[in-house]
Ligand binder design. Structure first.
Ligand SMILES: C[S@@+](CC[C@H](N)C(=O)[O-])C[C@H]1O[C@@H](n2cnc3c(N)ncnc32)[C@H](O)[C@@H]1O
Length: 211
């Protein structure tokens, strides 16, 4: 399979996996985003979080992603939202434009790229919040990942899809899981102060304030 086909298939699997709405809602609520806040969903994928935020009364939300395929779905699901095809490296917004930046399961793609971190800080206003939800090296995750990679996974459609998505991202995900703690400790260097950091069975949920 060539890389374009693989990317397309990964994007499709991205839309199919991680669909637990109750869990997403619960995590989003932890950030206590105000309805007046201007929010950027960075790496918004198919815009599921934007839909949930709108349902929670938070409607000033913008979406950015590098996948035009996923953005098309996002736009269809959220006709009233403005979406931008862009990378975290170069965001098409003025300095201090947002009160909140939300990053859900996307940080692991660019957490070790200083350009992206500087750009995130630039578009956040002083006192604004960087909220993120990322994979965490928990016992349950290790167990699920082990099963996902086993031959049994081939017989279960959910795990088969997850296996593909996992394989395509294995390197960046492994790099994140290995450097997660060091990275979080280094966020102050980029001008972010910790508000809270919580771990659940699968993920780490963080909220940092732009100084
Ligand atoms: C696992 S998906 C998560 C999508 C969405 N946040 C969600 O929770 O459903 C990761 C997303 O990050 C996007 N992405 C990867 N690298 C990116 C970058 N440098 N800038 C912006 N988006 C990026 C991918 O296209 C993909 O949509």
């Amino acid at each position: 399979m060539n890389w374009q086909k693989r990317t397309k298939q990964w994007e499709r699997e991205c839309v199919k996996t991680r669909r637990y709405l109750w869990l997403r809602r619960r995590r989003l609520k932890m950030f206590q985003i105000s309805p007046n806040n201007k929010v950027l969903d960075l790496g918004c994928g198919d815009g599921l979080n934007i839909k949930l935020l709108n349902q929670m009364g938070i409607s000033k939300v913008f979406g950015v992603d590098i996948s035009s395929y996923l953005l098309k779905i996002a736009q269809k699901n959220n006709p009233q939202t403005k979406f931008y095809l862009a990378s975290a490296k170069k965001l098409p917004f003025k300095n201090g434009y947002f009160d909140v930046i939300l990053i859900d399961s996307t940080f692991y793609h660019f957490f070790d790229d200083p350009k992206s971190l500087i750009e995130i800080r630039r578009v956040l206003k002083k006192g604004g919040k960087l909220n993120f939800i990322e994979a965490h090296k928990s016992f349950l995750r290790k167990l699920i990942d082990k099963f996902t990679l086993s031959s049994f996974a081939n017989y279960l459609p959910f795990f088969k899809g997850r296996q593909f998505a996992y394989m395509a991202e294995k390197i960046s995900l492994a790099r994140w899981l290995e450097k997660e703690e060091t990275f979080l400790k280094s966020l102050w260097k980029y001008g972010f102060k910790k508000i809270f950091l919580k771990r659940d069975l699968l993920s780490i949920i963080g909220s940092y304030q732009r100084t």
